[in-house]
Write a protein that binds this ligand. Structure first.
Ligand SMILES: Cc1cc2nc3c(=O)[nH]c(=O)nc-3n(C[C@H](O)[C@H](O)[C@H](O)COP(=O)(O)OP(=O)(O)OC[C@H]3O[C@@H](n4cnc5c(N)ncnc54)[C@H](O)[C@@H]3O)c2cc1C
Length: 459
């Protein structure tokens, strides 16, 4: 089928205003927040308003052999939602209704375009709690966070998005609509197709509805942070907390490069002189929060903390989180450009990981600052560079590629939460042996025999 034919078919199937080929509309939705270039020019932007319309678009695209790129809010950091040549950009953000909050079953049924923050607010209004909390929660959609299996700061206690997904309604590549399993907490009939689709980055199916677990509301968040005279001491303190009996809801780390960048970016952030590592532990326990904070504080002091700060109110906690929130901005401000990594290793390898990054930075004459979710072993190395200097640009990109390899050599992964998309495809060989890649492509071929769903990504 030619381009005009598929467009005519879609215009017959869908209401006016749903399909656009205007450059501004198509280009405006062709890349995500990674800034990675699109693989090619998309054919049209399609903005369905119902599940039936999504099914009609995917069915027509499959019949015509036209690629479909599912899209949420485009906050992805791996190019997963970027345009591919001749594709329909399938923007699901108009499917944005919270269909049901069931207090008795502790679950929510939502359309994919609902944002994480909207669901969190609705759950909270019902006295419940939606645990996944990527830092992009204000914008990121439930569909996008399911497709990337998004993480965030609360995973050490509550797990990742996958842990909250009970069942999915999805449109398969042939346009048919299926529900992956019942909404029960338990259920082992057949293979776990829900788990397969979570994190599949729009390559196996389009999520049109999600049934998500809600939890009892936690207590207020309170925290304690500390700075350390050495990176080793900071990581040892973080690992001691992670291995201890009191599970924090958040356990974050920043290294000295990031602390220096934050200090330069916001001098009144209060970074002490000589700080080589910063660690923050938060509790949201309903009972025993005081004892937990004291235990975290004791561990910090036992590991030689230079200073310890405690936050018992939301305003105080907000202040403690300032440096962590500035990780990317402050690093980018160092030289004007930055590349953000997302590696994950066993916690016992965190020190080796950051030391290897420091050696890499020395070797390539680049700046690499590291921060992130130490409690999950998931860190975000940020390579800072001057975008106007071709040598620095080349060195930064080389560093970015080698960062993935270092994590893999230490028994970890090149992506803990952002996904593969197109940005990390090159590093997949270092992690998945040929047999596993073949198996993954075989699964893709069964679910999407014509290869229309988000081709050129993930595998
Ligand atoms: C400031 C900032 C902070 C961030 N913080 C975090 C963080 O803490 N943790 C984290 O994990 N990530 C984080 N991210 C990355 C990003 O927000 C997540 O990857 C998020 O899950 C993407 O959601 P989205 O709606 O923007 O999806 P998009 O970027 O639009 O799409 C992401 C992927 O999902 C697919 N997709 C989207 N909707 C559907 C659907 N309905 N069905 C099937 N496939 C679909 C797309 O094809 C693509 O592969 C951050 C990003 C930014 C910009």
């Amino acid at each position: 089928m030619s381009d005009p034919d598929i467009l005519a078919t879609l215009r017959d199937l869908l209401p006016d205003g749903t399909v656009s080929t205007a450059d501004a509309a198509v280009l405006g939705r062709s890349i995500d927040a990674s800034g990675a270039p699109a693989i090619g020019a998309a054919l049209a932007l399609v903005q369905p308003r119902s599940t039936e319309q999504v099914a009609a678009v995917v069915g027509a695209a499959n019949a015509a052999g036209v690629p479909v790129v599912p899209q949420g809010a485009l906050t992805g950091l791996a190019g997963g939602a970027n345009a591919v040549p001749g594709a329909l950009l399938l923007d699901l953000s108009a499917l944005n209704r919270i269909l049901h909050i069931d207090v008795e079953e502790r679950l929510a049924v939502v359309q994919p375009g609902v944002t994480v923050a909207e669901l969190a607010a609705a759950a909270s209004a019902a006295g419940l709690f939606y645990a996944p909390d990527p830092a992009s929660a204000e914008w990121a959609t439930i569909g996008g966070t399911i497709a990337t299996n998004a993480g965030g700061m609360r995973c050490i206690k509550y797990g990742v998005t996958r842990d909250a997904v009970r069942t999915l309604e999805v449109v398969l590549a042939d346009g048919s609509l299926v529900r992956t399993r019942p909404s029960t907490i338990k259920g082992v009939a057949g293979l776990d197709l829900t788990g397969l689709i979570v994190g599949s980055e729009g390559t196996l199916a389009v999520v049109t509805e999600a049934t998500l677990s809600l939890l009892p509301a936690p207590g207020p968040s309170r925290g304690v942070s500390a700075v350390f005279p050495t990176l080793a001491a900071g990581i040892a303190a973080s690992n001691a907390i992670a291995a201890g009996p009191n599970v924090p809801s958040t356990l974050e780390l920043l290294d000295d490069i990031v602390l220096g960048a934050v200090d330069a970016y916001l001098p009144h952030a209060g970074i002490p002189i000589g700080a080589k590592a910063w660690v923050l532990a938060i509790t949201d326990s309903v009972h025993g929060a005081d004892a937990e904070l004291s235990a975290f504080e004791r561990i910090f002091r036992e590991h030689g903390a230079l200073t310890v700060d405690r936050a018992d109110t939301p305003i105080e906690l907000d202040r403690l989180l300032t440096a962590r929130r500035l990780l990317n901005q402050a690093m980018r401000a160092l030289r004007g450009g930055s590349l953000n990594g997302d590696v994950s290793v066993p916690r016992s390898r965190l020190l080796a990981l950051v030391e290897r990054f420091a050696a890499l930075a020395n070797e390539l004459h680049v700046v690499i600052g590291v921060g992130g979710h130490a409690g999950d072993g998931n860190l975000h190395p940020v390579v800072a560079f001057d975008p106007g200097d071709p040598e620095q640009v080349a060195a930064a990109h080389e560093a970015y590629q080698r960062i993935s390899g270092i994590a893999q050599q230490l028994g970890g992964t090149m992506t803990g939460e952002h996904g593969v998309g197109i940005e990390k495809l090159a590093a997949l060989d270092g992690e998945l042996p040929p047999r596993l890649r073949e198996m993954q492509r075989a699964i893709k071929a069964v679910l999407d025999p014509n290869g229309i769903l988000n081709p050129g990504k993930k595998y």
